[in-house]
Design a protein around this ligand. Structure first.
Ligand code: ADP
Length: 436
């Protein structure tokens, strides 16, 4: 293995605890240095998959580029030590990180994404790294602590497939990971492995942002016929079974392959192909979940169900901030028949000194009644919860797949009162008036 000159740029510091130097000045411990670095990064996302080749790195790179296009400051940490592909995907293959004994400067991609990867330290792309677990932990720690990440909105961590040393190290080193993003193809062999990744995340208390189904069918550009090369819907049904949000599907798109190989994901995303359109939608959902914090609430609710009142926080009130709640309305009151309401009243939950308050955001005319349309329609409008009088069980399933929580059985009264009483933890839910 070559590349020794480059690796010297990584500081070989011993595991020292906080000490006072000769001048009596406090020397921060390595953990303090790490935590200081990480405190300058608002959101940290860990991208996981059960299997290799499902498009995990492509999704991680695409998400970073999409975020940069939306004006977020973003960097990618590629911890796939044995098969780093992020430099290639982001158009910086062959480049090297620079730095001093104290710090490493990440390479910035043409799309404006900062990158740290083993691939930016090795001399040649054919080199192999043969390292065991403890060494990997140390290197990942150095990547996190010694790289000059600066102030970031997002750090996307691309992990190798499976539940090995690398994702475990990140989960242990980064306190407060916003969540794990799980990438799968529709095939059972892939979804089965992602179940293990979900179990891994739950064991480590990593919130789960959701599941993305990649390579979900192929639409022939000549005749428009859809061919489900790896099947379709496997990711959505696995997500439902495992009670985690489903964030959407991305089809097989030859344009994506070309863009990944050429390191030009930015132009691909702007190109409007089926893959690009689907990708942008999925990315918007991820951003909404992270920035609203709704995924953490979902995980909390799931955990709470083991021992506490369903849907209620420890003080009996709802964890509300970040929620965007839709109430179907007819004649100014909650509509008993969800699919046939006149309008949707949309509220957001705001934390105020007096508690969580329902704030009216907008009233939207309901779209024409069409089975299966409403979850996507409400989702596009940023809704992550629906409070209804009644809703059929199939519709409830579709909402759950779209990552929207549903509460049924509310009485037909003023929508704002309903939302406020839900946030106060006093909403009394009666019978689902439409459980067919
Ligand atoms: P992983 O990180 O899971 O091993 P990669 O991101 O390296 O997978 O992707 C594997 C291959 O699949 C790459 O050649 C990539 O370009 C291609 N790929 C990923 N997603 C798609 C897609 N939606 N359509 C077409 N090709 C894709």
């Amino acid at each position: 293995m070559g590349g020794s000159d480059d690796r010297k740029k990584m500081r070989a510091t011993p595991e020292a605890e906080a000490t006072a130097n000769a001048t009596g000045k406090h020397q921060p411990s390595e953990d303090e240095q790490l935590n200081r670095k990480l405190s300058r990064i608002k959101h940290k996302i860990l991208v996981l998959s059960g299997k290799g080749g499902v498009g995990k790195s492509s999704v991680a790179a695409g998400l970073a580029v999409d975020l940069a296009k939306r004006g977020r400051k973003v960097a990618v940490l590629d911890i796939d030590i044995h098969g780093p592909s992020i430099p290639q995907l982001l158009g910086i293959a062959g480049e090297r990180v620079t730095g001093t004994n104290e710090s490493i400067v990440p390479v910035v991609s043409p799309a404006g994404v900062g990158v740290m990867s083993m691939g930016l330290l090795l001399q040649g792309s054919d080199e192999a790294v043969i390292w065991r677990g403890p060494l990997k932990y140390g290197v990942i720690k150095q990547f996190l602590r010694d790289v000059e990440w600066g102030d970031l909105d997002y750090l996307i961590v691309d992990s190798p497939p499976g539940t090995g040393d690398e994702p475990l190290s990140v989960a242990q080193l980064i306190k407060g990971v916003d969540g794990a993003l799980l990438v799968t193809t529709p095939q059972t062999v892939s979804t089965n492995d992602v179940r293990r990744s979900i179990g891994f995340s739950r064991q480590l208390d990593l919130p789960i942002l959701g599941v993305i189904e990649n390579m979900s069918g192929f639409v022939c550009p000549s005749c428009g016929t859809k061919v489900d090369v790896f099947g379709s819907g496997g990711g959505a049904s696995m997500a439902e079974e495992m009670d985690v949000p489903f964030l959407g599907s991305i089809p097989i798109d030859p344009e994506f392959v070309k863009a990944c190989d050429a390191g030009s994901i930015g132009p691909f995303l702007a190109g409007g192909s089926p893959g690009a359109t689907a990708f942008t939608k999925v990315a918007a959902k991820v951003i909404d979940r992270v920035e609203s914090g709704s995924h953490k609430k979902t995980e909390l609710t799931t955990a709470d169900q083991a021992g506490a009142t369903p849907n209620a926080g420890t003080d009996g009130k709802q964890a509300g901030e970040g929620r965007r709640i839709a109430v179907p309305v007819t004649g100014g009151k909650l509509s008993a028949h969800f699919g046939h309401c006149e309008e949707f009243a949309i509220f957001s939950a705001k934390e105020t000194p007096g508690g969580t308050t329902a704030e009216a955001v907008e009233v939207l005319e309901a779209p024409p009644h069409e089975p299966g349309l409403l979850p996507a329609w409400l989702n596009e409008r940023g809704v992550n919860m629906v409070i209804a009088g009644g809703m059929g069980s199939r519709a409830q399933q579709l909402f759950s797949q779209a990552g929207i929580e549903v509460m049924v059985g509310a009485a037909s009264t003023d929508p704002k009162e309903i939302v406020q009483s839900y946030l106060d933890g006093t909403l009394v839910a009666g019978q689902n008036v439409c459980d067919h």
